[in-house]
Ligand binder design. Structure first.
Ligand code: FAD
Length: 444
């Protein structure tokens, strides 16, 4: 079949939108990237600004996209975090000041993404300060895309395909806590956490057990009066002091909260708290997308999606990059984008809609029979490498390098060994050497 060149709208100029744009153009498509912010980089554009509703429940609040906090350092070794053919190393010709650490701060990632965009001339495809407000199907299987510029101009255009790259760390999920509607203290979601200062001398109950929860609890422990971490994933009735701190405790999840400010835990202990800080993750959110009910978000499962990318009934003209989590994100975005680009040009073929739907159903029943909650549908974890290799096989491109896979496992082993020092103590130097040997073909 003749390769086709399509007119494609990409929504978002974060890491996923940037690589999607590159792969689509490489494949011969014409691309417009819509970005509501004034610069590229998405989540990595740190801002001290926070939203008007600190817990993020008011639909009319001002939206701040990034959830980065000032002290954030990456939580994966930089060698595996970068795109495959544009390694995450500081190049000599880079003009920004670089942070050479293996787990650098967030500015280093933004500088890297800017370097990527320069190298592949991505910015010329981006319409900055243009928010997509509506995407809907029109006759002939095409898509109407309505956007609104910051200056207030509305534009309506027709595209052959839409690739959704809007990120999924902006719309807060909060914990359901019995009694919370009458609790008088402050509530904040980690989306609106930037620095520890607002927590000075406060008694804080922090809910969550993820990387952000760990980082933020350490950040505020130096300044808060007390920090009580409440986590669903510790055994019931846990109540223990965190080693190395005299003002931090670990509890199992809160039982109830009360009007007098008290927070009650399963072992019966009671804390009079000033602030509840929800480090409880985010929801997938596509407020602009109208598919007549074909694509839904149910308990944080976006579906039905073939391989987390295509709704079978709308494939390949509607796709999503970057939905899976507990993964090495950038390399996976690259594989997904190559697959989408190749399918849109007809270089690669999809199974029939029925076969894709069967595959989705089989995947859902597998997850269900293994007891995986629906909200974990897009959590890939160790299975990500099989997933990436499958995508690579579809695209006819090389699979993930072995050192990448080994470094992922070594990273978690190291974190278990050295605990919170994992960002500064790395033992598997042979893997770093293998990575840098491999990078020579791109950096020389
Ligand atoms: P985003 O970076 O969120 O970009 C989406 C873009 O879409 C934004 O620029 C936004 O303005 C734009 N947009 C949204 N809606 C619209 C619209 N309607 N119209 C136009 N534009 C729109 N990953 C790692 O690999 N390593 C880490 O160490 C790491 N740490 C993290 C720490 C935190 C606290 C968080 C929240 C995430 C972290 N991640 C990390 C994950 C990170 O989000 C991904 O790596 C990646 O940057 C996501 O890229 P994205 O392009 O999918 O989304």
């Amino acid at each position: 079949m003749q390769p086709l060149s399509r007119h494609v709208a990409v929504i978002g100029a974060g890491a996923s939108g940037l690589v999607a744009a590159r792969e689509l153009r490489r494949e011969g498509h014409t691309v417009v990237v819509f970005e509501r912010g004034d610069q590229l980089g998405g989540m990595w554009v740190y801002t001290p600004e926070v939203e008007s509703d600190p817990i993020g429940l008011n639909p009319n609040r001002n939206i701040v996209h990034s959830s980065m906090y000032q002290s954030l350092r990456i939580n994966l070794p930089r060698e595996i975090m970068g795109f495959r053919d544009y390694p995450f190393v500081a190049k000599e010709e880079d003009d920004e000041e670089r942070d050479p650490r293996m787990f650098p701060g967030h500015t280093e990632v933004l500088n890297y993404l800017n370097g990527f965009a320069r190298e592949f001339r991505i910015s010329e495809m981006v319409r900055f300060e243009n928010e997509v407000v509506f995407v809907g199907l029109v006759e002939g299987g095409k898509w109407k895309v309505k956007s609104k510029s910051k200056r207030g101009e509305d534009v309506e255009e027709i595209y052959d395909a839409v690739v959704v790259c809007n990120g999924h760390h902006t719309e807060p999920r909060v914990a359901q806590i019995p009694g919370i509607s009458s609790w008088k203290g402050k509530q904040i979601h980690s989306h609106n956490y930037r620095t520890p200062e607002p927590f000075r001398d406060q008694v804080v109950v922090l809910i969550g057990g993820s990387v952000s929860a760990i980082d933020i609890s350490q950040d505020i422990a130096g300044i808060a009066r007390e920090v009580h971490i409440a986590s669903r994933s510790v055994p019931d009735e846990t109540m223990e002091k965190k080693p190395g701190y005299d003002n931090m405790w670990l509890h199992s999840m809160i039982t109830s909260v009360h009007e007098d400010g008290s927070v009650v835990f399963p072992d019966g202990s009671v804390v009079l708290a000033d602030i509840i800080l929800h480090c409880t993750g985010y929801k997938y959110h596509f407020p602009f997308l109208e598919t007549n009910g074909i694509v839904t978000v149910d308990d944080n499962c976006v579906g039905p999606l073939y391989k987390h990318v295509f709704p079978p009934a709308l494939a390949p003209s509607l796709s999503f990059v970057g939905l899976p989590w507990k993964v090495v994100p950038f390399a996976m975005y690259e594989f997904q984008s190559k697959w989408i680009a190749g399918l849109l040009s007809n270089r690669i073929a999809l199974p029939s809609k029925e076969e894709m739907m069967e595959d989705v159903k089989a995947f859902y029943s597998l997850r269900e029979s293994s007891g995986t909650p629906k909200r974990y549908t897009h959590k890939l974890d160790d299975w990500q490498f099989e997933y990436n290799d499958w995508l690579a096989a579809q695209c006819g491109c090389p699979v993930s390098e072995e050192w990448r896979k080994q470094m992922w496992f070594a990273h978690f082993k190291n974190a278990r060994l050295v605990g919170l020092l994992y960002r500064d103590e790395w033992n598997d130097h042979h893997l770093v050497s293998q990575a840098h040997e491999d990078f020579r073909k791109y950096t020389l």
